[in-house]
Design a protein. Sequence first.
Lengths: 245, 448
Amino acid sequence: MSGNVLVLGATSAIARGTAAAFAARGDNLYLASRDLEELKRIAADLHVRYGVKVHYGLFDAEATATHAAFFQSVIMEMHELSGVVLAFGLLGDQQAARDFNVAEKIIASNFTGAVSILSHCANHFEPLKRGFIIGISSVAGDRGRQSNYVYGAAKGALSLYLQGLRNRLFASGVRVVTIKPGFVDTAMTFGLPGLFLVASPQEIGQKIVQTLNKSADVVYLPGFWRYIMLIIKHIPEPIFKRMKM
Amino acid sequence: MSTLTTPLSGWGRYPVESCELERPERYADLRPTTDTLIARGQGRSYGDASINENGRVILTERINRMLELDARLGILRAEAGVTLAEILPVIVKQGWFLPVTPGTKFVSLGGCVAADVHGKNHHHEGGFAEYVLGIELILADGTRKTCSVTENEDIFWATVGGMGLTGIIGEVTLQLIPIQTSQMMVRHHAADNIGHLFQLLQDPALDDRYSVAWIDCLATGDQLGRGIAMFGHHASAAEYKSDNPLFSKPKRTRSLPFDFPALALNPLTIGAFNKLYYYKESRKLTPFLADYDSYFYPLDAIGKWNRMYGKRGFVQYQCVIPDQTALEGITALLKVLSDSRRASFLAVLKRFGAKGKGMLSFPLAGYTLALDLPIRDKGLFSLLDKLDKIVLQHGGRVYLAKDARLSAESFQAMYPRHEEWLRIKTEIDPQHRFSSSMSRRLNIGGTK
């Protein structure tokens, strides 16, 4: 059964992998991001490879005032939406994020912008009593670490928001899934030292789409990250604060 | 953009040099960012063509979008990082095939252009470049230039076969060929020796769209150059009757999980394999059907097969010798090889048709011999120098996409159009920013 899926932040590697996995099972797509040249290329590629219809349009997570009109235009073009994948995010430079202006931008992209667009999506799906929302958060949101706590705080807030949304929408049969990727081979991680067991974005994309056939609410990808984070979350704070992570 | 400094090699795993990798994900980021750089697709050239010692290497693997497929005219426009393995399932089911394909599908489209690759059909249909309708080349100053046989013609002919040294190939528009089925109709003929093998490859009664010969290069004396000639064409709907003739089953690849010990491939094991292979394959005299994957890409079934040659790697030596002197030259090469008792696990002989217009393109009308030789000691390199001399004496040349060790002098003697090529390169890349370990070794662009 093919549906129509909106991918927000569609130019990231994980989003591309996810969009490809949706297209492979026959879903038509609406790809959204700030970079129209890239969107055009990705849309053309998914159409050539999978024969599905791929629409695309401009979307800026930080420009929350434009989100209502954007979402309306997506509904106009797709008529019916079966679900949404929120894949945008901004890692930012942690050193620079000591400056609040930089930190604010990281929060605006990862959290405020996400809440804004997801409000429109939730309000759309709730009365229809169907649909899914997949939010790509991060393992960085599970515990604050000196190496990326501003990004981590924003993603942690997003995870909490998705949790609340899941609770609210459960009664209407709208599925909300939180994805927490570990190390994925993307532009964000390329060349970083100390990475291990790095997953490919195609593989992560396929697993993200597969979660729709399962009942899990919070999914770590690859799955072993659940245990890594379990350990990290349980290190007592007096010890954790001394660690270099 | 963050970079990764790491030891890097080509498919032959020799030489290994430290390079600084950059992997753009957006087309806009596919541009020169440093003083010296070379683009790298899948790293399937064998030697040092896609490495750049202590310099930048731009990985194009994420710039791999197929942008347009005209299913009526069979024209594909795609970004250069896309692999033939990605293209094939998409085009085959619509009744199209690659006009020319090398022996592996795990190569990028950009790499096929940069090396002006050839296939088993060169004697009829020429090289890859003949089917390239246009490219977008990203120049040293970051500008994008459309090049084709009618637009910026000289840059086009300097870029096809130009080993990535004129700029970064960003997009390629390719003319495909029509097929009726996904299957190949194949016939094998055994040859007792090299002379017989040449006769088979030349025989118009046997000839087909694709032809290639495998040589048992451990055979000596009267049997020197014995082998199997293999002919094939895309099976017609009449030859392959099926409700779904264009269907092809996706193949699974199993990878070699570790490096073989250096001595795993020795004259004894290779000799045993060759005997077995010769007798097994020579019995396939009646035509048989084979899917395109196993026909064109038998080695792709084993991922990372380069590990078979051990940690020290191997050199693939591929040369072409013009028609008039081919039998004599190739016999001389096989003789030297056989006398050296260095076994080549893979020895392949193919026919080439008339040369194309690429200034540094490899093919010329004649016969091409490819040998895989494991690196066990320095003696191999003096043997290869000896082979170069024979090739030069017979008016032939060595294939740059396979090469790791040719001298600048031999290169210049083999590629008479290199000066013309260098003039065009210098016009569009005056500071010689596009530079690889190969270009410095061959002294074509960039200084050491």
